[in-house]
Design a protein around this ligand. Structure first.
Ligand SMILES: *Cc1c(COP(=O)(O)O)cnc(C)c1O
Length: 484
C-alpha cells in the first residue's frame, strides 16, 4: 500500500508515512486506494485483536508479518477482554472507547502507534532518534505519553493549553513518569498549540538542526496515518456486534454518530465504509464550536470566529485537520484541496462545493449537553460524559428531523470520570472542590466502577510544571536535542 500527500504527488510507503507523520508539503498522508474487507461473513466472528491484525495488515502490508505481535503488545492486559464494550439504549449503541489505560478513546490508537512506529523505524533502517511532538486538548497528551513512555529510540514532547484541560487531565500529564517524556503547558488555546506544532514540523531550518543532532520529528496526533487506521477497527467490530445482538442482518446498513474535533474518529468510520462496511450516514456531532456543522450545511469553512471553551474541551477546535483527508477523497480535482488549505491559511476561510451527501452535521450547546446527561441517566440509568452527550443529542435530533432510525453506533469517547464537573452539575449534584471526592461521589451515583488509573493520581508527584509561550516551543526542543 502506498500513501500520497493530500497536497501533491509525494508517494511513500506506510512505514515512511508513519515515521514522517506529515508530508513535506504540509499535506496529510492518505492511502492511494482503499483495501477491501472482502466477505463480511468471513470476518464476523473475529475477535477484536484478530480483526485489528487483519485491518492494520491491509494498510501497512510491509509490517504484516509482525502485525499480530504488535497488536498483542498494544491491547493485551490494557483493555477489558471485549476491548470495546457496547451499551445499548433502543437502537442507539454506545461504543465505549474509553476503557484503555488513560480512560480516553485516544488509547484505542495510541496503544498501537508506538509499536507501528518502532517497527517502521526498524524496517526502514532509520538510525536517528525520533522526537514525537504532540499538541493536545487534553486526552491525546496522556494517552500518547503512556503509549510512548520508555519506548526505545523515541522521545515524546507534549504541549497542552494552560487552563484548557480538566484538572484530572492536567494531573494525568503533570505526573507522567518515563525518562523520555516532556510536558509543557502553553499560554494559548489548542489551536495555537496545534498550529505551532505544525509550523515546527515543516520548518526546514529546524529539521536541519535536528538532523545534525541525529534526530527527526514525528507526530502522534491524528494527522499521523498510524493513528487513524487503528480506529477503523472498532467500527467494523461494532458492526458485527450489532449483528450478534440481532439489531441488523449481515449486510444491512447502519449509521454512525461521532463527537468530533479534529475529524479523525469520524474519518476512520468513513474509511471503514470505503473498505466495504455498510454504513449509510455519518453524523458529525459538534459542540458550541460548530464550525463543522456549518461546513456540512453550507460548504463554507469559516474559522473567523472565536474559539469557545466548553464542557467538551476535546472538541474545542476550529482547525479540524483531518477534514483535509475527506476533501481529498471526495474531490474530483485533487488540486482543489491544496488550494482550499491555502485559502484557509490566508483568509481563515474556504468554500467547498462538492459536499458528500452522506454526511450530516449537528451540534449541542451547553444546555443540550446538560439535558442529555440528565435524561439518559433518569430514563436509562446510564451516565454519559459531555462529549458522548454531544453525540447523543445530535443523534436524537437527527432521528427526529429525518425519521431515519436505523441502528446506530454512537462513539463514546470519554469516561464520565474525566469530565466530572459537568456530569455532576447536570445530575443536580453539588460538585466537590476536591476531584478525588468527586470521583467517589460519581462512582456512587453512576454505579460504574471508577477506572483505577484515576484515583491513583492522588499519590503521584507532579514532575512537569513548566508553562511556556508558543514562541518558546522551539527553544525547549533545541534544548532537548542539543542535550542541554
Ligand atoms: C479527541 C477527542 C474527541 C475528538 O476526536 P477527533 O478524532 O479529534 O474528532 C472527542 N472526544 C474526546 C473525549 C476526545 O478525546
Amino acid at each position: 500500500m502506498k500513501y500520497i500527500s493530500t497536497r501533491g504527488g509525494e508517494e511513500v510507503s506506510g512505514s515512511q508515512a508513519i515515521i514522517k507523520g506529515i508530508a513535506d508539503d504540509g499535506g496529510l498522508y492518505v492511502p492511494k486506494s482503499f483495501p477491501r474487507l472482502g466477505q463480511l461473513e468471513d470476518l464476523k466472528d473475529l475477535g477484536y485483536k484478530e480483526l485489528a491484525t487483519l485491518v492494520l495488515g491491509l494498510y501497512f502490508n510491509e509490517l504484516e508479518d509482525e502485525m499480530k505481535g504488535l497488536v498483542d503488545l498494544a491491547y493485551d492486559g490494557k483493555f477489558p477482554s471485549e476491548v470495546v464494550p457496547i451499551h445499548t439504549i433502543n437502537k442507539g449503541n454506545f461504543l465505549e472507547l474509553f476503557w484503555g489505560p488513560t480512560s480516553a478513546f485516544k488509547d484505542m490508537a495510541l496503544c498501537v502507534l508506538p509499536h507501528l512506529l518502532t517497527s517502521s523505524i526498524r524496517n526502514s533502517g532509520e538510525k536517528d532518534r525520533v522526537l514525537i511532538l504532540v499538541a493536545t486538548s487534553g486526552d491525546t497528551g496522556k494517552a500518547a505519553l503512556e503509549g510512548f513512555k520508555d519506548v526505545d529510540g523515541v522521545d515524546i514532547m507534549i504541549f497542552y493549553p494552560n487552563g484548557g484541560v480538566s484538572e484530572i487531565q492536567r494531573l494525568q500529564m503533570a505526573t507522567q513518569e518515563g525518562k523520555n517524556t516532556y510536558v509543557y503547558a502553553i499560554e494559548g488555546n489548542f489551536d495555537d498549540a496545534q498550529t505551532s506544532v505544525k509550523g515546527l514540523f515543516t520548518d526546514p531550518d529546524l529539521e536541519k538542526t535536528l538532523a545534525d543532532h541525529a534526530y527527526k520529528f514525528s507526530s502522534a496526533n491524528s494527522i499521523n496515518i498510524g493513528r487513524l487506521i487503528p480506529q477503523v477497527v472498532y467500527y467494523i467490530h461494532g458492526y458485527f456486534d450489532l449483528v450478534k445482538k440481532g439489531q441488523i442482518q449481515l449486510g444491512d446498513e447502519i449509521n454512525v454518530v461521532v463527537p468530533t474535533g479534529n475529524f479523525g474518529n469520524i474519518l476512520a468510520s468513513y474509511y471503514a465504509k470505503e473498505m466495504g462496511l455498510p454504513i449509510d450516514k455519518f453524523i458529525v456531532a459538534s459542540n458550541d464550536n460548530h464550525i463543522l456543522t456549518d461546513f456540512f450545511n453550507t460548504g463554507e469553512y469559516d474559522s473567523n470566529r472565536e474559539l469557545l471553551l466548553t464542557s467538551s474541551p476535546s472538541m474545542d477546535i476550529l482547525v479540524s485537520s483531518n477534514l483535509e483527508r475527506l476533501l481529498y477523497h471526495v474531490a474530483e480535482d485533487k488540486d482543489q484541496v491544496g488550494q482550499a488549505m491555502k485559502d484557509l491559511e490566508k483568509d481563515k476561510y474556504y468554500k467547498w462545493d462538492q459536499l458528500p451527501s452522506n454526511f450530516y452535521g449537528g451540534f449541542a450547546d451547553e444546555d443540550d449537553i446538560e439535558e442529555a446527561i440528565k435524561t439518559v441517566k433518569e430514563d436509562y440509568d446510564y451516565t454519559m460524559d459531555p462529549h458522548t452527550a454531544v453525540a447523543y443529542h445530535v443523534y436524537k435530533d437527527y432521528v427526529e428531523k429525518t425519521g431515519d432510525d436505523k441502528p446506530t453506533l454512537i462513539a463514546s469517547t470519554a469516561s464520565p470520570y474525566k469530565f466530572m464537573e459537568k456530569v455532576l452539575k447536570s445530575l443536580g449534584e453539588e460538585v466537590p472542590a476536591d476531584d478525588f471526592a468527586a470521583l467517589e461521589l460519581l462512582e456512587k451515583i453512576s454505579g460504574v466502577e471508577v477506572p483505577k488509573n484515576l484515583p491513583e493520581l492522588k499519590d503521584k508527584e507532579e514532575l512537569h510544571k513548566d508553562i511556556i509561550k508558543t514562541s518558546q516551543m522551539e527553544e525547549v526542543i533545541l534544548k532537548l536535542v542539543e542535550g542541554l
